[in-house]
Design a protein. Structure first.
Length: 300
């Protein structure tokens, strides 16, 4: 057994599905919680190359479980550990904005780099960090784009050719332009002013371009839904005919959905990076392509 996929319980469904697609064994990592909050972690049988599948939303307990599992697998004989983390936590804090703040991106990057040989993630929430390799010193890391999977799903489900792809802020330009190019559509980028964790202002300077068109808002991370709601309100005021939305990582609570609908969003779809009621876009093909080399290079 040269390659096996092991998954944290919260990711076991998608991990098992990926293992089946790749034709390799799957084991769910067992986690037992003691009354005082500590945990016992039991990994499955180790293989020479082991892929740990763990989406790291709500990350604090998962990170501890991941570290314990990595230790158990190393002692069990794993020579190479590959972390597939469809959502990668703690990437937004890449600098200290105020005195005394921890730089979580550097801390988590260094922590994982000490126990993992390769990290594979999707649309990591990087701001001032140009490449994912800067986050994980000394190991291989891959920041996959969800746009091929999103564009393929949109083609299959149908999209009005008059649709304009919209990004809520300047940071969204790379994936908005990528998706629009894949679909042969025009795009527009809004200006966002953040007033707090849950309060933003959105404005479009050239409303004439989007008035009378259906629009598709695309964002990487939707944590509270505030940006999508503000964007939808601005688009409605600009005179668009319909608003749909797609997110790579949907983290927002289900209660926020009614606010999105009230703001004019008729549908929202997300990738399966985080288990969510809006999941509609599979990422398996991205991970299959990324992991092919692990299977071909692993000792038989």
């Amino acid at each position: 057994m040269s390659v096996v996929i092991q998954g944290l319980p919260s990711s076991s469904r998608d991990a098992a599905g990926l293992a089946a697609r790749l034709g390799v064994a799957f084991h769910e990592i067992a986690i037992h919680a003691f009354p005082d909050g500590e945990i016992r972690v039991t990994a499955g049988p180790a293989s020479t190359t082991t892929v740990i599948y763990a989406s790291l939303d709500r990350p604090n307990d998962k990170l501890i479980a991941l570290l314990f599992a990595a230790d158990a697998l190393r002692r069990g004989g794993a020579k190479r550990l590959v972390l597939v983390a469809p959502y990668l936590c703690y990437m937004r804090q890449d600098t200290a904005f105020h005195e005394g703040e921890a730089i979580s991106q550097k801390v988590i990057g260094s922590l994982l780099a000490r126990c993992i040989d390769r990290v594979v993630t999707v649309d990591a929430h990087l701001h001032r960090t140009p490449e994912i390799t800067a986050v994980f010193p000394g190991i291989q890391s891959d920041n996959l784009s969800a746009m091929p999977a999103i564009s393929e799903t949109l083609r299959k489900t149908g999209l009005d050719p008059a649709t304009i792809v919209v990004g809520p802020d300047a940071e969204s330009l790379p994936w908005v332009s990528d998706l629009a190019g894949r679909l042969g559509l025009s795009y527009a980028i809004a200006k966002k002013t953040r007033r707090g964790d849950r309060s933003v202002a959105i404005e479009f300077h050239d409303t004439a371009r989007i008035a009378g068109h259906p629009v598709l808002i695309i964002d990487d991370v939707v944590s509270s839904g505030g940006t999508l709601i503000a964007c939808a309100k601005a688009l409605t005021a600009a005179g668009v005919t319909a608003i749909d939305a797609v997110a790579t990582h949907a983290l927002f609570p289900e209660a926020a959905y009614s606010e999105m609908v009230s703001a004019g969003i008729r549908s929202i779809r997300s990738t399966q990076s985080v288990a969510h009621f809006t999941n509609a876009i599979a990422l398996d093909e991205l991970f299959i392509d990324a992991l092919k080399g692990e299977l071909s290079e692993a000792p038989q």
